[in-house]
Design a protein around this ligand. Structure first.
Ligand SMILES: Nc1ncnc2c1ncn2[C@@H]1O[C@H](COP(=O)(O)OP(=O)(O)O)[C@@H](O)[C@H]1O
Ligand SMILES: [Mg+2]
Length: 326
């Protein structure tokens, strides 16, 4: 799990850089051909899915990210033509059409990627978005400057919560719905406590569900980001937040649903001791009870079948169906 100073053994929100040190990018020296295997920094290869190659056209293309569910993100082009191509394997549970709809809605109020095109085939789905300026908060530069990064993450999350109008938001991320979804996963035998974070791993699925059923009253309903981990905030070169990415779960919820994950992710990515700075930048006092609750709900809501990622080192292998893709 490269890019995290203190990475959790279980899947973290937002994905992890797959290749090399924090935020490093594997740049292809030329544009990929469909199905072409490119030597990766990890020593294994990445098969570029055909629709990604098509979306890259003849432009320079690089792999920038891989997540625990087998999703890949590529960057293509330069300047005004720069765009990002997210690709998700079929059956991964990643909802790129849902993300495109949320981006289109949120983009009226806040800097988020503008969807350009999307599609799917038997192997997976893809979403092409226009590049936002800035680098994510776990790029090597910002990992080395946690004070600036967590301040930008806190301030950026506050700005997002203030900008997106609850009354006009067609999307929900309510705890009630998430608990109901988790019950469905449990009934299908897809809740795996062994995949949860250390503090929850001792719980049985039934015990965790019982706790999750006791939903704290919302402190303040906002339109939540839905995956407010560090890599989903972009920073400009001066260290100010410049936008948010990865809005596939955006929806109305208590703001602590985001804050609990944002502070948790600060610890994974920058080490312990940054939670208060993030909350200060956001402008809120700690709320240990809601924080505990929404971290448990995060684990309960993890995508079924997410690949486990080793606690140390980069992702070495990603599979799509029977195919090894990274
Ligand atoms: N439109 C965009 N503009 C700028 N950076 C982007 C854009 N889309 C994705 N990225 C970069 O790619 C990374 C992975 O994209 P993201 O949507 O977060 O994928 P995942 O769902 O796998 O976490 C982000 O952390 C960000 O650095
Ligand atoms: Mg992300």
């Amino acid at each position: 799990m490269a890019g995290t100073a203190s990475p959790p053994p279980a899947p973290a929100p937002g994905g992890v850089p797959s290749a090399g040190p924090a935020g490093s990018r594997k740049t292809l020296s030329r544009w990929p051909r469909p199905g072409e295997t490119v030597d990766g920094v990890t020593g294994s290869g990445v098969t570029v899915p055909a629709p990604v190659a098509a979306a890259a056209g003849g432009d320079h293309c690089s792999l920038v990210w891989a997540n625990e569910a087998g999703g890949l993100t590529f960057a293509a082009g330069t300047g005004r033509g720069r765009r990002f191509i997210k690709w998700a394997p079929a059956g991964s549970g990643l909802d790129l059409p849902g993300e495109a709809g949320r981006l289109a809605w949120a983009g009226r109020y806040h800097p988020v990627p503008r969807p350009l095109s999307q599609g799917h085939d038997d192997d997976g789905g893809w979403l092409v978005t226009a590049a936002l300026p800035g680098d994510n908060a776990v790029s090597a530069h910002w990992i080395a400057d946690p004070a600036t990064a967590v301040t930008a993450i806190g301030a950026g999350l506050r700005a997002l919560h203030e900008a997106l109008p609850v009354a006009r938001c067609p999307f929900s991320w309510s705890a009630g719905r998430r608990v109901a979804d988790a019950r469905g996963q449990a009934a299908a035998g897809r809740l795996d406590p062994a995949a949860w974070h250390q503090e929850h791993r001792h719980l049985t699925a039934a015990a965790a569900l019982a706790r999750a059923a006791d939903i704290p009253p919302p402190e303040r309903l906002v339109v939540c980001h839905g995956d407010a981990c560090a890599p989903n905030t972009l920073l400009d070169p001066a260290g100010r937040w410049s936008g948010h990415v990865d809005l596939g779960l955006l929806g109305v919820a208590d703001r602590w649903a985001d804050l609990a994950v944002a502070t948790w992710s600060a610890e994974w990515n920058y080490g312990p001791g940054w939670e208060d700075a993030l909350l200060d930048a956001y402008g809120v006092r700690p709320d240990p009870e809601r924080t505990r609750y929404y971290r448990l709900l995060w684990d309960l809501s993890s995508l079924p079948g997410r690949a486990r990622v080793g606690a140390e080192g980069p992702v070495v292998t990603l599979r799509v169906g029977d195919r090894e893709v990274a």
